[in-house]
Write a protein that binds this ligand. Structure first.
Ligand code: KG4
Ligand code: ZN
Length: 347
């Protein structure tokens, strides 16, 4: 079974071909970082236009690289949400057109499900497992119980963690995108002696909050001009790591209450590239008898392979979607999860 995957929900235009033997036959990602850099963040209108300009050539390249013809495909998977709606529409409509032209099923994929299932592509992981999804748009802990059964244990009540990295990078004049720049600065810095809060740490449950931490960094900089940028970056990254360990620790306890034999915590999303975070979570997992599964960085960040793989999993159980399936800006993975009061500024 061979599936084409299309991803256009944020600022990466991506297409990939994956098969049911977990082989990634092609995986092409075009980043729009250069287009958005002058604005210090993703501009939805620019993103949608850039997807339109690139998507057809990119898909052709993905199919060619896989040494296939369109007629060799068994299905076409495209992200149908959540995300920036203009971009999602570009990818979904393109996927529908290809599916119609080759008369093969359309798989309308939830972007979060793509991240959630990617560890099954890279690590052949069995259900259930715990997922920490940390990106520019999301910060969630999910219990991945079975295909189609995803229980949200916690989420952010304000900003996503990647957003916090990007905003702190801006305050420190480290450029865009901020996460990698903060990490690089933090590696040269010393967090000792800089006191930043650990929002939500010690509380029940496993929700996150980052706006207070962001404000604390702002105040710290205002009150202490001349503080070395590297030390502030290190203090911020340490605070984020501590919060993640606290929240993930509670999530592990909640997950183990339902599944005493739980074996893995998976991290995905762009912030999963952060090596300090990986290190802290690895220590936590070892303490709790779990293994940390971290897909390679290029499969943690947005990509088409995870969408194609989710399509493979859908097809394998006989699921497909009609051609009038709408694009959705908001689409929680757990239908029972309550909407958070302030979350979802970026889907
Ligand atoms: O998953 P992603 O590529 O796109 C979405 O947001 O969906 O994640 C991008 C986010 C950005 O906020 C970026 O600053 C952050 O991931 N990021 C990092 C690192 N690399 C990327 N944050 C911290 N440390 C990193 N090494
Ligand atoms: Zn993503």
């Amino acid at each position: 079974m061979i599936v084409l995957g299309i991803e256009t929900s944020c600022d990466e235009t991506a297409a990939a071909v994956v098969d049911d033997a977990r082989r990634i036959r092609s995986n092409i990602v075009l980043s729009q970082v250069a287009e958005h850099r002058p604005y210090g963040g993703v501009v939805p209108e620019i993103a949608a236009r850039a997807h339109v300009e690139q998507i057809d050539g990119l898909i052709r390249q993905a199919v060619d690289t896989a040494n296939l013809k369109f007629s060799d495909l068994d299905g076409v998977a495209a992200t149908a949400g959540p995300g920036l709606i203009g971009g999602v529409m570009v990818g979904l409509v393109t996927g529908k057109a290809i599916a119609a032209a080759i008369n093969k099923p359309l798989l309308a994929i939830n972007h979060l499900e793509g991240h959630a299932l990617s560890a099954r592509l890279t690590d052949d992981l069995a259900f259930p497992y715990l997922l920490l999804l940390v990106s520019g748009g999301h910060c969630q802990l999910l219990l991945i119980e079975a295909f189609g059964r995803y229980r949200r244990l916690g989420t952010t009540i304000d900003d996503a963690v990647g957003e916090a990295f990007d905003k702190v990078a801006k305050m420190l004049d480290l450029g865009y995108p901020g996460g990698p720049a903060v990490q690089a600065a933090a590696e040269r810095g010393n967090p000792d002696g800089i006191d930043l809060p650990r929002p939500m740490a010690g509380r029940q449950g496993c929700d996150f909050s980052f706006s207070g931490l962001k404000t604390a960094v702002r105040r710290l900089l205002d009150n202490n001009p001349g503080l070395p940028v590297e030390d502030v970056a290190a203090a911020f990254q340490t605070a984020v790591g501590d919060v993640m360990v606290d929240r993930a620790g509670n999530a592990i306890a909640m997950a183990q209450a339902s599944y005493p034999g739980l074996t893995h915590l998976v991290i995905a999303g762009g912030v999963a590239a952060n090596s300090h975070l990986r290190q802290c979570l690895d220590v936590l997992c070892r303490k709790r008898g779990l293994t940390l599964a971290a897909p390679p960085v290029d499969l943690c960040t947005d990509n088409g392979a995870m969408i194609a793989w989710a399509g493979v999993e859908h097809l394998a159980v006989g699921l497909s979607d009609p051609l009038d399936t709408p694009a959705r800006a908001r689409w929680p993975l757990d239908p029972d999860a309550k909407p958070m009061p302030f979350a979802g500024k970026k889907a």
